[in-house]
Design a protein around this ligand. Sequence first.
Ligand code: SF4
Length: 352
Amino acid sequence: MSAHDPLARPTTEWLHTVHLQDLHAQNPFDPHEIRLSATGGCPRQQTLRILDYEADPPSVQQLSIFHAGHYWEDYLASLWEARYPGQVNRQVTVDTEWGTGHIDLWIEPIHHLVECKTTTSKKREDLPLEEHLDQVNLYLHFWGNDHQATAEIAYVLKDTGEVLTFPVPYDPDRIPVLLDRLQRMIIAVTIDEEPLPIPEDYAPARFPCAWRTPTGGWRRCEFWRACWTHAQSPKPTPDAAADPAWDETLRAHYALSAEIAQLKAQLKALEDEKKTYEKALGAYLDDTQQPHLTTPWGILTRTVSQPTVSYDVKAALKDGQITLDQIAPYRKLSQPRVTWTWKDPERLHSAS
Ligand code: SF4
């Protein structure tokens, strides 16, 4: 073995990195569950994770920050444990039909739940964060109120070592908004099987999509590429490395696509013009109470179909009139739709 073989001569940094990677590989949380803890965050992010969109692997720095949260939680738990030996429950699961949560600490004798967070002193004035209040309110709503619980969020300011506590009274007014968010996520991943759209006020270089680190670098959401690269990537380069053996087929497809696009554009203009005439003719038929118009070249008949009945399942779910369990046996998956698209419209229209 060489002198640099870390197995033979490990360093502290190497041990730390390996430990983090092991912890990451053993992540006990189900990636396909809706997490109550993230309800206040980006709604699209949860749907991307559940639908298995590719995420950037976490850097060692991100894993370190995440891990630091765990050992600070161990410390806070030890404070309660010293006070109430053997009566502190950790990671209590809150299982609901809306998603799953994990209460960090449940102090049994005083019916008190503690959510442990880490932050820095720069954020002191913003505490407690709204999304953390949302999380604890959901824990109270689904679990804590039945246990006559009080609740707090304990923040560790990592740069100063201070611990700040914020009591969280149950706020029933928060709940409908949060349930609506959860409902939209459930419908997206179970019925639509499409991620929710990027929220309108989000931007690629703004939190929570991307943000500056204290050292001046950039950090970004693990799903940033899935959300923003399509908007920023250059046009696909024509003449990329397609096998020349396919040239003829591709050229024919290209020309046909261009012709179809041109015909569709013409057809749309003709349909639009026809509709303007039909609007005027329809008004004339209404006024004169005639069923059709007779001309030397044919009879023009207007047919008005009866309104069709449909049911807004999403609205019924949203109002709580039906549940996903009830409609699960009627779930149908459509056949995958296959479309072929040439991405460069300028070249497409100039094809001959
Ligand atoms: S990049 Fe932004 S919009 Fe996309 S999942 Fe992350 S936070 Fe949400």
